[in-house]
Design a protein around this ligand. Structure first.
Ligand code: MG
Length: 304
């Protein structure tokens, strides 16, 4: 069979396969579009702030602000802060409608020296226990920043079967997760897209999930909706910022359009937090900008 015969035969075979589908019009969606299966539980927009962004000083003051201003979740720091404040925070969370999304801080599993990689794993294990105690969604992990000492292939293999795997197993044991965060190309050559992170999370298995940071995605993804769908049920957290200067959403005018990403979140029935990770423009009123952000994100969620 030459190439032309092969193509003709393939086209006929294709028609034969397509024909029965065409005969059953009810199998396809409106105007021939594919029919989508709605998620079992409809997605929810849970607005969230990082700890340093929440107005107020004492723990209870900050939680009061969140509840009074329509937030559902928040992020906390990792490291000493987490180790020292877990009990007080757990107490303060009694009878609150809020949930603790993630803990966010530096991490690096790309050292050439195995001992340093082990130290990094050991550093996080007690923090994972605290996050389990707090019923937090998980610990954000960026496996490598800057110039990794390990080659990228070796880094992936080691993270999937050793460093990332060990922390994920601990997380599963404690009822929490590690949440992989893809970064921009100027921050890391390793794990820049949501689909790549989701694939690593799938390879690690139990205790490992992924997040989508709309700021990083603006440079790295061709489609916010596509990126979100590629993570599907592995997507457990979202960061959001204005898309030109990484400030509070709304500060960059028309550029701050999240509707496509929100469509993706609705399609996968997303239940996690959408958490601000961005700065406040100099000389502007933070609380006013936060209020405008909440209105903007709720309006775009409705549009999605
Ligand atoms: Mg982020």
């Amino acid at each position: 069979m030459n190439r032309r015969d092969f193509l003709t035969a393939s086209a006929v075979a294709g028609l034969a396969v397509c024909a029965p589908v065409k005969a059953h019009g009810e199998e396809s969606g409106a105007a021939g579009m594919p029919k989508l299966t709605p998620p079992a539980k409809p997605a929810k927009l849970n607005l969230s702030l990082q700890w340093g962004m929440i107005p107020g000083g004492a723990i209870n003051q900050k939680l009061d602000f969140l509840e009074a201003n329509g937030y559902q979740a928040f992020e906390i720091p990792t490291g000493d802060w987490l180790l020292k404040n877990t009990d007080e925070l757990e107490k303060a969370m009694n009878n609150r409608k809020l949930f603790i999304a993630t803990a966010c801080g530096p991490s690096d599993f790309s050292y050439a020296d195995e001992n340093r990689r082990n130290q990094e794993v050991e550093k996080f294990l007690p923090q994972i226990e605290k996050l389990g105690q707090l019923k937090a969604v998980g610990l954000i992990i960026c496996p490598a920043r800057g110039k990794p000492e390990l080659g990228l292939k070796e880094l992936r293999a080691d993270f999937v079967s050793n460093t990332g795997k060990r922390i994920s197993e601990k997380a599963a044991e404690c009822g929490t997760l590690i949440v992989l965060e893809p970064l921009r190309r100027n921050e890391t050559p390793f794990m820049r897209q949501v689909a790549d992170a989701a694939c690593i999370a799938r390879d690690i298995g139990k205790g490992c999930a992924v997040m989508a940071d709309f700021w990083h995605m603006a440079l790295e993804e061709t489609s916010f909706m596509g990126a979100v769908i590629s993570a599907g049920p592995l997507l457990k957290h979202v960061h959001i910022a204005s898309l030109r200067h990484r400030q509070i959403p709304g500060c960059d005018g028309d550029a701050d359009n999240y509707v496509d990403g929100f469509k993706g979140l609705k399609l996968i029935g997303y239940q996690g937090a959408v958490s601000l990770e961005g700065g406040v423009p100099k000389g502007q009123n933070k609380e006013e900008l936060l209020k405008r952000m909440c209105d903007l994100l709720r309006a775009q969620w409705e549009m999605a």
